[in-house]
Design a protein around this ligand. Structure first.
Ligand code: IPE
Ligand code: IPE
Ligand code: MG
Length: 251
């Protein structure tokens, strides 16, 4: 049976997040400059978005550029921003045709103006779509997000619009960039690194983690489906005890 047929449509993760890593190493393996890997990664994004839409995933969050990535060499950062702007421009109509909604999280104001413009046009055009939501994380880091959320909440308290006693998990959650997006059920990280790298630290509390050695530019639909099949074999407990058939009978 092929991988896609092994996916149980009743047990799909609602939200899949991906740390798209390994572009530089992929380029190096071929004796090319790092930016060649970033170019290669665009096709992987296209294939992954198609795969997610095809099986009915509702939210897909893609870590494309971190706050820390600004500290890379200027040439790499500039090329990445250029590529990003170009990719949003060339992919938007196709996304729109496929009923995909584009959203972004992160410090969008830090992006070059051409990129910001392209992004806001794409978000606006696709805002009414009802299929897959692709949430792209740009100039994003979790500690940046949590710090911002803390500032927003503190401001409300200082202005006497919020009583500190009323601060609960729901309120903190809604102060995050991901307000209104459910927490990821599954996180995929490519390239064999076993770390989170400042991504969605608050939201990943009970997320299933899936690490694959595949470098991002080699990542295709079949790898995405493999991760979903693996996810569906797991038992999620959320700190509770596993539910036995016997317990159900006695209850
Ligand atoms: C991921 O690939 C893309 C970004 C972080 C922007 P890398 O550029 O980190 O590639 P490696 O990890 O060095 O191979
Ligand atoms: C994480 O990858 C960020 C993105 C994929 C955008 P990095 O390559 O920046 O992370 P580290 O440096 O390996 O932790
Ligand atoms: Mg990397």
């Amino acid at each position: 049976m092929d991988l896609k047929q092994r996916i149980n449509s009743d047990k799909l993760p609602c939200h899949v997040a991906i740390i798209m890593d390994g572009n530089g190493r992929w380029a190096k393996q071929q004796g090319k400059e790092r930016v060649f890997g970033h170019e290669g990664g665009v096709e992987s994004v296209r294939d992954t978005v198609k795969a997610a839409a095809e099986i009915g995933i509702q939210h897909l969050t893609l870590f494309a550029f971190s706050t820390e990535n600004w500290c890379r060499p200027h040439k790499e950062v500039n090329t990445l921003m250029g590529l990003l702007t170009k990719a949003i421009d060339s992919e938007t109509l196709e996304l729109h045709k496929n009923n995909v909604r584009l959203q972004a999280i992160g410090d969008i104001d830090a992006l070059p103006s051409s990129c910001r413009k392209q992004l806001s046009e794409a978000i606006e055009l696709t805002s009414g779509n009802t299929g897959l939501t692709v949430n792209i994380a740009l100039s994003y880091s979790s500690r940046w997000e949590i710090t911002n959320a803390t500032r927003k909440i503190a401001r409300k308290v200082a202005e006497k619009r919020l009583d500190p006693e009323d601060i609960d998990q729901e309120l903190v959650d809604q102060a995050m960039e991901t307000a209104r997006i459910p927490d990821p059920d599954l996180l995929i990280r490519t390239s064999g690194e076993l770390r989170i790298s400042n991504f969605l630290l608050w939201q990943l509390a009970y997320t299933e983690l899936y690490f694959t050695p595949v470098l991002w530019p080699d990542f295709r639909k079949k790898h995405f489906f493999q991760a979903i099949v693996d996810y569906q074999r797991r038992e999620r407990r959320f700190g509770k005890v596993e539910c036995h058939a016997d317990d159900v009978k006695q209850a």
